[in-house]
Design a protein around this ligand. Structure first.
Ligand SMILES: *[C@@H]1O[C@H](CO)[C@@H](O)[C@H](O)[C@H]1NC(C)=O
Length: 305
């Protein structure tokens, strides 16, 4: 009996240790690293650009708004980036993805870290606030910009990342691990990315490539877009928003140490994902409640009229 308890205790301790284990991370290891980050005009992308800059990396950033990119690049240089460049473009377009990776290869001579982070949320204002209505034009645009482009960028960068034993970091979402109402397309693309990159990780491993693949499971982060997502479901934007700088640091650390997945904010998001895995009905109940109870009045989907 005592022996069984002892064994059980050890197993639980090992389990907890495994969950809490974080490989040590030396920011110095990123000095001179050649990094591409997409979606850097605001939010977490912008913050990651500053964090990598402070660590003395060579960084190329992208976004659609050139005036914003110029400002971000100027600040990155002040913060100590070895090099700071930008490519203004729309990652939903194949030629802009190609131009981004090509520029990094030409200017940096290769690539060590690709952080795919962009979110074409401004294709129109429906984002985060509509019940699925069967709008296939919108779906196509969304999938092109927020899913296909991730596959494209990773594929373009892979030969160089392979030569340099580099890292792919995919900024995903908790909505890529469980469904969330008013989020059909967002959740769909983030789930898709989780599936694609989980398979890719295995394939790289089978082929003895050292390229690591990290999927980031983000909760509500205190960015303009994060606030919009909370606000649009009629919830209080003051609660439960994790700071953008620690989100950016968690992503950078996860990529640099080649972790499979990073949950941020850790406790809350890890728990939610596990509850959804084991008790999906319970999780659904609360996730549905968060919308039904919101002050926002939802119209019915036209598909149900
Ligand atoms: C992967 O890393 C190992 C250990 O650092 C190294 O021996 C090997 O050459 C690397 N493989 C490739 C394809 O770079």
């Amino acid at each position: 009996m005592a022996r069984t308890l002892w064994l059980l205790g050890s197993l639980i301790a090992v389990g907890i240790g495994y969950i809490l284990y974080e490989p040590s991370f030396d920011p110095e290891s990123l000095r001179g690293a050649r990094v591409v980050i997409t979606g850097c005009s605001s939010g977490i992308g912008e913050q990651m650009a500053y964090e990598y800059a402070q660590m003395g990396a060579k960084v190329l950033i992208t976004a659609r708004r050139e005036n914003r990119l110029k400002e971000v690049v100027a600040k990155m240089r002040e913060l100590g980036a070895q090099e700071a460049l930008y490519v203004a473009g729309d990652m939903g377009k194949a030629e802009d993805c190609e131009r981004t990776i090509q520029t990094a290869k030409e200017k940096f001579g290769g690539l060590d870290i690709l952080v795919i982070n962009h979110l074409a949320s401004t294709i129109d204002n429906k984002f985060f606030q509509f019940l699925w209505d069967g709008d296939m034009d919108y779906a196509q645009k969304h999938i092109q910009a927020n899913y296909v482009s991730y596959l494209r960028l990773a594929s373009l960068a892979l030969p160089s990342l392979h030569r340099n034993s580099g890292s792919i970091v995919v900024v995903g979402s908790a909505a890529g691990r469980f469904g969330v109402p008013l989020n059909t397309l967002y959740s769909g693309t983030k789930f898709g990315l989780h599936g694609f990159f989980s398979s890719l990780r295995q394939e790289l491993h089978i082929q003895k490539s050292n390229v690591s693949v990290t999927y980031i499971v983000l909760g509500a982060i205190d960015t303009v877009l994060g606030k919009k997502a909370i606000h649009d479901r009629g919830l209080d934007t003051k609660q439960q928003m994790a700071p953008v700088s620690s989100a950016a640091q968690a992503i950078i650390r996860g990529g640099a140490t080649g972790q499979r997945e990073v949950y941020y904010p850790w406790g809350q998001i890890w728990t939610l994902v596990k509850v959804w895995d084991f008790f999906p009905q319970v999780a659904d109940y609360f996730l549905e409640l968060s919308v039904i109870d919101g002050p926002k009045k939802l119209d019915r989907s036209p598909l149900l009229e």
